[in-house]
Design a protein around this ligand. Structure first.
Ligand code: SAM
Length: 325
């Protein structure tokens, strides 16, 4: 429980800060300075932390990065985490480019849910946004995921940027109708390493919903209170879309989430300015009770809310790929 009475049930674990894409809203074209290898948590260290978190009530574990699939032997980590009692909801967020090869071993290791980032179905725009010509490879990755019915739901996440995403909305909505994918539009947040974000670039969920409804009426579906997304099904029954609106409709009051960076720092908000160094605690030979004490202390200090739209907003201490989105 944090200091504001919110129960913390969910952790995002970044397994690497490296990425094989360079999405314009996230990373600079030439990349960032990578963390030195010895700073990165080993699989054993990650599993130990998740074990302690599960013991104190965390139920949902999502692996992310950077690009988690560039971390060698990731299915082995999935296998280790899937065996932890209590942390029953294990998922992965990926750009999908290595998924055609890895879907099978990930599912065999116990992965049950997946989110694939996909901002455009046009080869040209996809390459402009990600700075990689990899759309077909990502679509192959999605199709590989589709072959495993135990891997559901498959969510497709699109970061909505004004001037860019309007052209994609109908094609992505059509993808949600044609395929067993829940397509979700996520508002652009000031977490880009280039620090070029401006509020007027945020294409809101409400605006996108209106664009979809020009063609296909939508009906809202109820979602759990801790859900970050507003869910809608197509009125004719063909598929589902979602809107994650952290800028226009902040959901901080029901936030149940913490994050662990690839170098073992606990962050209690995407927009945190401070981190809690669990790696040093782990590597000092501390017992689980000691780790638990540090986690509980950090969680008690979780921020009330992000302040993106407040005057004098100060950006987070790291950018999205370094935090783990
Ligand atoms: N590489 C993986 C991927 O592409 O899904 C996982 C890490 S990535 C940082 C996680 C998610 O954060 C992706 O869906 C990405 O599009 C999103 N993201 C990155 N920068 C963002 C920003 N400035 N605002 C909103 N979402 C962002």
């Amino acid at each position: 429980m944090d200091g504001w009475g919110r129960e913390i049930r969910s952790v995002r674990v970044s397994v690497t800060d490296k990425c094989n894409f360079r999405c314009t809203y996230c990373m600079p074209a030439e990349g960032l300075t990578w963390l030195p290898k010895p700073e990165i948590l080993s699989f054993e260290e990650i599993a130990r932390l998740v074990g302690v978190l599960a013991r104190v009530g965390v139920r949902e574990v999502r692996l992310t990065g950077g690009e988690p699939l560039v971390r060698r032997d990731l299915p082995e980590l999935v296998r280790m985490l899937a065996a932890i009692p209590g942390a029953d909801d294990l998922s992965l967020t990926t750009n999908g480019v290595l998924l055609d090869r890895l879907a099978e071993p990930l599912v065999a290791a116990g992965l049950r849910r997946i989110n694939v980032s996909l901002d455009s179905l046009s080869h040209v725009r996809f390459a402009e946004i990600t700075r990689r010509d990899a759309l077909d490879q990502v679509l192959r990755g999605l199709e590989a995921a589709e072959r495993y019915p135990e891997l559901r739901p498959i969510k497709v996440n699109c970061v909505a940027v004004r001037g860019q995403t309007e052209h994609e909305v109908h094609a992505l909505a059509e993808l949600a109708r044609r395929k067993p994918y829940v397509v979700r539009f996520i508002e652009f947040m000031p977490l880009d390493a280039d620090e070029a974000w401006r509020e007027d670039q945020v294409l809101t969920g409400a605006e996108i919903r209106a664009l979809i409804e020009e063609r296909w009426p939508l009906v809202e579906v109820s979602a759990p209170t801790s859900s970050t997304s507003r869910r809608y099904r197509f009125a004719d029954g063909a598929g589902e879309v979602g809107f994650v609106n952290p800028v226009s409709e902040p959901f901080c009051s029901s936030c149940d989430r913490i994050r662990i960076t690839a170098d073992g720092q606990l962050r209690t908000c995407l927009f945190s300015r401070r981190e809690w160094d669990l790696k040093s605690v782990l590597r000092s030979g501390a017992a689980d009770d000691e780790l638990e004490r540090h986690i509980r202390f950090a969680v008690r200090h979780k921020e009330l809310k992000h302040r993106i739209s407040d005057p004098g907003f100060v950006r987070a201490s790291r950018s999205m790929s370094q935090i783990g989105g």
